[in-house]
Structure formats: C-alpha cells, structure tokens
Design a protein around this ligand. Structure first.
Ligand SMILES: Cc1cc2nc3c(=O)[nH]c(=O)nc-3n(C[C@H](O)[C@H](O)[C@H](O)COP(=O)(O)OP(=O)(O)OC[C@H]3O[C@@H](n4cnc5c(N)ncnc54)[C@H](O)[C@@H]3O)c2cc1C
Ligand SMILES: NC(=O)c1ccc[n+]([C@@H]2O[C@H](COP(=O)([O-])OP(=O)(O)OC[C@H]3O[C@@H](n4cnc5c(N)ncnc54)[C@H](OP(=O)(O)O)[C@@H]3O)[C@@H](O)[C@H]2O)c1
Length: 448
C-alpha cells in the first residue's frame, strides 16, 4: 500500500472509539483527539458508578480497540474556538476526513429566572462529579436535604440513585411536565430507588391529576396499579413525584441560595396522537434546597460547526442509501452547502439519544458513509500521514497544551488498577488532571 487515508476523530466516547475501529478495518489511519485524559466518554464518566460489569466490559473493549497500531490517541485536548486546537487547525493540517463524535457537551437551559443561583445544577455536571471527571470531580455542589430533579428520564433515575443511596438526601422530588404514563425512564433502572417511593404521597398525586389524565383517555386505575406500590419508604428518606408541573422560576432565600421552585400547573392535551403538556397559568411553589435539571443535553456550539437549536446542523437532503449519507454530513444552512469532509456521529449528531449500543450503531453506519466517500479519494503518502500527526502535536506544544498519548493512558490505567487492588475495590479513579499527569510524568521519568 503506497497511500493511506488519515481521519481525525474528535471525541473518544463510544461513538468515536467504535467508529475508529470501522475506519481501521477499512485500512485507514486514525488520529483520535479527546477532551478528557482517559477515553470512554460517558461510558467512563456517565454510566452509574456501581455498574461494575458494564463499565469494566466497555473499558476492556475500548482498550483492545485502541491497541490497534493504526490508531493514534491525543488526550487532554479540546477542539473548539479558543481551545487547545480549532477545527481550522485540523483543516489546515489536512485530513482525509474529520469525524465529530464529541457527544453533547452543551447545557440545555430552560431560561428561568434564578437558574444561575447556588444550588441549581445541570445533571451532566452532577453525573460527571460523582463519576470523578475533572474538573467536576473537584467542584462543590450545594445539595442540602430537599432536592428537585426536573425531568423523568434514566438520567433522573441515576441522579436520584446517587442522592438517595450515596448522599442520604431526605427528600427527592421528581418534577415532570407530563404524567406518569409519559415517563422516559425504564422500570428496570428505577428499581434501585423504588424502596424510597412515598406511595401514600404518590397515590394522592395521581388522584390530584385524575381529571387531566382521564381527559386524554388514560385509565387512572391502571396507572395507580402500575405506579403505586405497597412498600413503605424509610422514615427519613423519600422519593416523590410532582406531575403536570413546568418550572417557571427558582426562588432564592435572603442568602441568595435556592429555597424553592415555582412551577406552573399543566393540563394534558392530545396533539397528533401525542400527549402534550399545556400551561394553565396557575402557579404553585415547592420548598427546596437544590434543583437539578435532567432534561437532556445539547451539543457544544463552541466546537465551531453550524449550530441551530441545540444541535449541529446536518444535511437535510433525503439521499438514496442505507444509511442516508446526508444525515451524517455537517451542513451550513446559511450557504446551503455541505461542509465537505466533516461528519457527525453519536450524541454529536443526535444529542442525548439512546444507550451505548445506539451510539455504536450510529457511528458504524456513519463510518460506512465516510468509507464510501474515501474510496473515491486519493490518500496521503505514508510519510505524510506520520508528518500530519506530528504537526498536530507540534501545534499543541506551540499552544502550550499538555497532551497525553495512548502509551500514557496505558500507564495511567495500569496504575489505577494497581491502586484499586490495594484498596480492595473494583476500580480506582484519579479525580484531578494534575494527579493523572503527574503519574504519567513519573512513569516516563522512571523509564528514561
Ligand atoms: C448519566 C448517563 C448515564 C448513562 N448510562 C448508560 C447506561 O447505563 N447504559 C448505556 O448503555 N448507556 C448509558 N448512557 C448513554 C451512553 O452513555 C451514550 O449513549 C454514549 O456514551 C454516547 O456516546 P458518544 O460517543 O456519542 O458521546 P460521549 O460518550 O459523550 O463521548 C464524547 C467524547 O468526546 C470528548 N469530547 C467532548 N468535547 C470534545 C471536544 N470539544 N474536543 C475533543 N473531545 C471532546 C469527551 O471527552 C468524550 O470522551 C448514559 C448516559 C448518561 C448521560
Ligand atoms: N441506565 C441507563 O440505561 C441510562 C442512564 C442514563 C441515560 N440513559 C440514556 O441516555 C439518554 C438521555 O437520557 P435523559 O434522561 O437525559 O433524557 P430523556 O430520556 O430524553 O428524558 C428527558 C426528560 O426530561 C424532560 N424534559 C425535556 N425537556 C424538558 C423541559 N424543557 N421542561 C421540562 N422537562 C423536560 C422530558 O420530558 P418529556 O418527555 O415531556 O419531553 C423527559 O422526562 C436516554 O436515551 C437514556 O435512556 C440511559
């Protein structure tokens, strides 16, 4: 082989890593660039902290994929405007293609008064905190004893799990804009917090909204039977639901800290077969110490791609082919042009949608499109491929960015396993970038 394609993959979460494997299977070289020191994305820093089997299984798979000599890795490198590298830097160095699989790192805000108060957090930050991702791992969170979680998806369950089982929160209230039947969480996931459910309160809450549920044809007795259990929660810890409530304001006390959540009561209507929440104009207030939004995330616009309503814009064309190639292409709606050679995958293409398996499948289908496009293009001389990777490292050094390589990650992960063994626990994570970089530097010094 005299020529080879070199693809830059931005983001080493499940989409980036499984996508990289598909690229190397087609014979291409990959430069995987990752914000975090360690690879894995939400598989490392999102999936709940006690899911040992799932997390170790994914880690092992990722380690095997990254061991491929055709993949180079640069960690602790953020791509974006004013970050370690810009997209333009990569375009100037010149890659056969750029795959953006950086997940959904932007914060979806509701734009409420009081949203920036102490004690108001986005679930992603909390999840990153308890999963020990720097710098969130080192940040202090004012949780208090009464916490509202807004949203009713699986992330809500994870946050409730952490609050009730790890932080001993006294009262966790889930605030949902629609009703029990419109829950987005899985019952199997909910089991970890079910013992805290305040069933008397839940019965009353469903009774309160009975007319609204019946108005949209829902069978309230069936709902009662499915949702209300016969168990009694512990005396000092309770999980409650407030349905048909849309937050309108976070209320502060005289110290400027969170003291309550003002919500508008909703009714339900049916629109094209879908149950939709509609405000009634009636307000009520829930007394609280902390509010956590678990309403999904959006992509990070600072990455530098055309962005609209929380998402990177993709080519809207309906082109023939399975998968539809257009759906993976970055697109500028202002010029109505595809951004040639830039592709979106995983949660960067579809923010906050689906499990690891969905992100994997999305990347694998996306890389099919990339590989088809590359088949029609000429690659680079082999020496040029190495020079381009070198050029990225030189650029980072020039920008005074301390980056880590694949070998560094291997050293770090071995040290974490060693430390875990000493502590007789299944994993150990260093919670600051400084600690991780020191361990890597010490190993390098010892080897030289
Ligand atoms: C709290 C939570 C719990 C979950 N639990 C489960 C579960 O139990 N089981 C399950 O199957 N799925 C679970 N999921 C879903 C799963 O984590 C996602 O489907 C999957 O991780 C998405 O993969 P991704 O690669 O698209 O994005 P991510 O996993 O977010 O990976 C993105 C990667 O890009 C990097 N990055 C970000 N920005 C930049 C940048 N500007 N420059 C360079 N690199 C960048 C990040 O460092 C990260 O490594 C969970 C999700 C959440 C939020
Ligand atoms: N253990 C696991 O397997 C696990 C754990 C965590 C996450 N995940 C996956 O990761 C993905 C993301 O999960 P997620 O929980 O973040 O998202 P999600 O499943 O989409 O749930 C988001 C919740 O927030 C609500 N919401 C959205 N916008 C809102 C707004 N403006 N005001 C009030 N409420 C709002 C939604 O209500 P509406 O329905 O009314 O829109 C919904 O209840 C999902 O695919 C999930 O399954 C899996």
């Amino acid at each position: 082989m005299s020529k080879q394609h070199l693809v830059a993959v931005i983001g080493a979460g499940p989409a980036g890593i499984y996508g990289a494997r598909k690229l190397t299977e087609a014979g291409h070289r990959v430069l995987l660039i990752n914000r975090d020191i360690k690879p894995g994305g939400l598989a490392e820093y999102g999936i709940f902290l006690d899911k040992e089997k799932m997390k170790t299984g994914l880690r092992k798979q990722f380690q095997r994929i990254l061991a491929d000599g055709k993949i180079s890795y640069l960690g602790h490198v953020t791509v974006g405007e004013g970050k370690s590298l810009t997209l333009k830097d990569l375009q100037e160095i010149g890659f056969s293609a750029i795959v953006v699989s950086a997940g959904a790192q932007g914060t979806k805000k509701l734009g409420l008064p009081g949203e920036d108060l102490i004690g108001v957090y986005h679930a992603k930050d909390v999840v990153y905190h308890y999963n020990k991702l720097p710098p969130f791992s080192q940040r202090h969170f004012e949780i208090g004893t009464r916490v509202a979680i807004i949203g009713m998806g699986n992330v809500m369950v994870d946050v409730a799990n952490w609050l009730l089982n790890y932080m001993n929160s006294a009262e966790v209230t889930v605030v949902a804009r629609r009703g029990p039947k419109e829950k987005a969480y899985d019952d199997s996931e909910f089991e970890v917090v079910e013992k805290y459910l305040d069933n008397d309160d839940l019965r009353k809450e469903i009774e309160r909204i009975r007319p609204d549920l019946e108005n949209v044809g829902q069978n309230v007795d069936e709902i009662m039977q499915k949702f209300v259990k016969s168990t009694t929660p512990p005396p000092n810890q309770k999980l409650r639901f407030r349905y048909l409530c849309s937050p309108t304001k976070v209320v502060a006390n005289s110290d400027g800290k969170t003291a309550g959540l003002e919500v508008e009561l909703n009714k339900l209507i049916l629109e094209k077969g879908r149950t939709v929440a509609k405000g009634t104009g009636q307000q009520t207030q829930l007394p609280l110490d902390c509010v956590i939004y678990a309403i999904g995330d959006e992509v990070d616009s600072s990455l530098g791609l055309p962005f609209s309503r929380g998402a990177f814009v993709t080519n809207p064309a309906e082109l023939p082919g399975d998968p539809n190639p257009a759906h993976y292409q970055s697109y500028d709606p202002a010029t109505k042009q595809v951004l040639e050679g830039i592709y979106l995958m995983g949660w960067s293409r579809n923010a906050s949608v689906g499990l690891v398996g969905i992100a994997k499948k999305d990347a694998e289908l996306g890389i099919k499109v990339v590989n088809a496009d590359l088949a029609a293009k000429e690659g680079f001389e082999l020496t040029a491929v190495d020079q381009k990777i070198e050029a990225v490292m030189e650029k980072l050094k020039g920008n005074k960015v301390t980056f880590v390589t694949k070998d560094d990650v291997v050293v770090l992960e071995a040290k974490e396993r060693e430390e875990a063994k000493k502590r007789n626990f299944w994993e150990h994570k260093y919670a600051s970038d400084d600690e991780m970089l020191k361990i890597i530097a010490a190993a390098k010094n010892a080897a030289s």
